[in-house]
Design a protein around this ligand. Structure first.
Ligand code: ADP
Ligand code: MG
Length: 341
């Protein structure tokens, strides 16, 4: 299936954005696309090393992560844990729980993988999303508490405090799959590649001509699925964006997106159109982008700094704030947006 068709089928335009942004894309990568894992579109372009073997191994690893961690898969460790309140989890899953806990604590609970009951209640991304009653929201919100997840960081039995709690790794698993892909590609001698796992981008090394990758940041406005508003020169780092413009439903003229505020139980409303995090590790950046989108600009800036990550925040009024580490790499390309800090 062609890439543009893949993108349309899954309703995700991160890929289109990334490709459009490589202003003169270097020639002849070995590419691989998929819509089969982690509920998202994956695109990889590898320019050197044992590209085919590396990609085979990377996709086998992603399939393995999907089997263990996807809520869409009823037999995954996460689904069993959420259904039975107890499950045997692999060291990978336990390590991701530990990372999620760190970000949860650092964000004062804005990122919380026990968001499961609220995700199920709203059904955003499912075939029949709906606005729940306040009583339903209150009940589901009372079940969200990361401290109610007990686990051994090296794997083994994990337990939820009550059986009605549920875990959802949708805000972090794609980042983990991205990190694992980078590790595998490097082990196969790859020093030049561009990866996109449903918006978790990784710029591995440099372009074959020795220049930094130039990655486009998608315009965070509903309906403008192909546009980019800025570019970022990047090398050996991940770029992860969370926003409310891509996965949402509408009821009575109101738009409800898929990132939920664990305090209110509603889609977050912190004054941001998007939160982008840049740094070394994609799982951490994934969790941080979700947390920052919930927290808003000022608290988000403090959180990113506390974890040593850079950030780009676009506010509802289209003002853009970037952190100091990105000053020389970042360029606005759409004059409807203004850089304010
Ligand atoms: P995307 O999956 O679109 O890249 P995110 O990385 O921000 O976006 O993850 C959003 C997903 O994370 C949701 O679909 C849901 O599964 C889960 N989620 C929603 N709100 C939260 C939250 N406050 N903390 C942790 N996970 C969340
Ligand atoms: Mg995320």
């Amino acid at each position: 299936m062609r890439l543009d068709k893949l993108v349309r089928r899954v309703g995700c335009a991160a890929l289109a954005c990334l490709l459009a942004a490589c202003q003169s894309p270097p020639p002849d990568p070995i590419t691989r696309d998929s819509v089969d894992y982690l509920g998202t579109v994956i695109h990889m372009a590898v320019y050197d090393g044992d590209a085919n073997e590396a990609l085979d191994e990377a996709f086998a690893r992603i399939a393995d992560i999907d089997r263990r961690m996807a809520t869409q898969n009823p037999d995954s460790e996460i689904s069993v844990l959420s259904r039975d309140g107890e499950a045997d989890v692999s060291p990978d899953t336990a390590a991701l729980f530990a990372l999620a806990r760190d970000v949860s604590e650092a964000s004062g609970g804005a990122f919380d993988i026990t968001i499961g009951p609220l995700v199920a209640l709203w059904g955003i991304g499912s075939d029949d999303p709906r606005v729940p009653s306040q009583a339903e929201i209150d009940e589901a919100t009372s079940l969200v508490d990361e401290r109610g997840l007990q686990f051994d960081p090296s794997g083994g039995v994990a337990r939820l405090k009550t059986q009605s709690m549920a875990v959802d790794l949708g805000g972090i698993a794609k980042g983990y799959a991205c990190d694992e892909t980078v590790r595998i590609l490097r082990a196969h001698g790859v020093r030049s590649a561009l990866l996109d796992l449903g918006g978790n981008i990784y710029a591995l090394g440099k372009r074959p001509d020795g220049r930094a990758w130039k990655v486009g940041l998608r315009t965070p406005i509903v309906g403008e699925t192909d546009g980019i508003f800025a570019t970022l020169a990047a090398s050996d780092c991940t770029i992860v964006t969370s926003g409310g413009y891509e996965r949402y439903f509408e009821q009575d003229g109101v738009r409800y997106h898929h990132i939920l505020d664990p305090v209110t139980g509603y889609p977050s409303d912190s004054g941001l159109l998007s939160a982008t995090i840049v740094g070394p590790r994609s799982a951490t950046a994934d969790a941080l982008s979700t947390a920052c989108f919930v927290l808003g600009r000022d608290k988000g800036l403090a959180l990113a700094a506390s974890m040593g990550y850079e950030a780009i925040f676009v506010a509802d009024d289209r003002s853009v704030t970037i952190t100091d580490g990105l000053r020389t790499n970042f360029a606005l390309t759409d004059d409807r947006f203004t850089l304010v800090g």
